[in-house]
Design a protein around this ligand. Sequence first.
Ligand code: 7TS
Length: 421
Amino acid sequence: MIMSPSTVRTRTSAFDAARLRDDFPILREQVNGKPLVYLDNAATTQKPRAVTDAIARYYAHDNANVHRGLHELASRATDAFEGARERVARFFGVADAAEMVWTRGTTEAINLVAYAWGLDRLRAGDEVLLSVLEHHSNLVPWQMLAQRTGARLRFIDIDEQGRLDLSALDEVLTKRTKLVCIGHVSNALGTVNPVAHIAERAHAVGALVLVDGAQSAPHLPVDLPALGCDLYAFSGHKMCGPTGMGGLWGRRDVLETFAPFHGGGDMIDTVELESSTYAQLPNRLEAGTPHIAGAVGLAAACDYLAGIGRDAILAHERALMTYALERMAEVPDLTVYGPADPAERSGVVSFTLGDVHPHDLATILDGEGIAIRAGHHCAQPLMKRLGVGSTARASFYLYNTAGDVDRLMDGLERARRLFGL
Ligand code: 7TS
């Protein structure tokens, strides 16, 4: 049975997406003469007024550099910046805010692990375990590191529904494995990976576990101590926060083993002409003037999401995904990739329509005011594994409605007609 849009609303009655849309002024935009339907949330999400107001307020009232000035604004800016760290840490269930290191986002967080931990730790013959689902940011840094250290990369494969095939885990996870780097949620297929299970197995062979949380931090109720990983990378802009702001969480004892990465102001204790001593965590890993307003905006985003409730957001996205998958199953010539069970995926659906190029599909949908992404989704090895050059991808967030799914389906119907399918 296909649920009607009203059924979707009933199932998520505690959650009023239509009302939440008022928090996001951009959702009132017209695109190509049509009301915007924004379904490119895996790329970046829109920002609620709570976030843009917090950033504007910071610049209007508190702006100064942090950790150094003795004047009033400098202490207000430092309080805002370090207070933001506490709030973001709490959002992820982390008690010790010093374990939360600011980065520009997931990409920089993963590179930080590769250079500050991996360069000194990995030797020829060591292994790093990844999966074929990974985003380029969780592949390329390890390739670069493998070239410099002689370490070997190994990969977990997927099954026909794009789920990790863990049947061979014992073969790829060995005493030589020093690090396991796994995406929590695939940005291309939406697959939710069993990272807690993988972490348990990885720890049994003495490997560290880094989770790429770019697509889980925004959508799942993530409690980092419970997840069981050692390191977790995330991007603020995918969770209603500003661009250029994200973080690396790490267990303190693991972060303590990191070599300083960027050298400069704020990461030192004392500096002589020939040598320096370094600051404590987290400053030791954060050289230079940080993105202060970004931290303020990210904390506002975390407060906003926590206020709505992450279980409620997840339930809403699941209901939307269930509805979308049911409607898509009725469209001739449409191939949907990824897990069939909506409970096994986050709010991402990748698809192709007959032999229509996904770029053409995205252009037609854009003409209807509908924003999706088409291409390889920075997961070229996954596309190769699936045997496709590219896919079209719709990705949902808390402000999407069943009406948005209906508009997408109307757009796909229009594309079918235009291409004579
Ligand atoms: N890892 C995953 C799983 C991602 O989805 C992305 C971005 C990144 C890492 C990199 O995040 P960044 O904030 O450092 O750029 N994913 C996408 C996407 O799917 N479409 O555009 C960006």
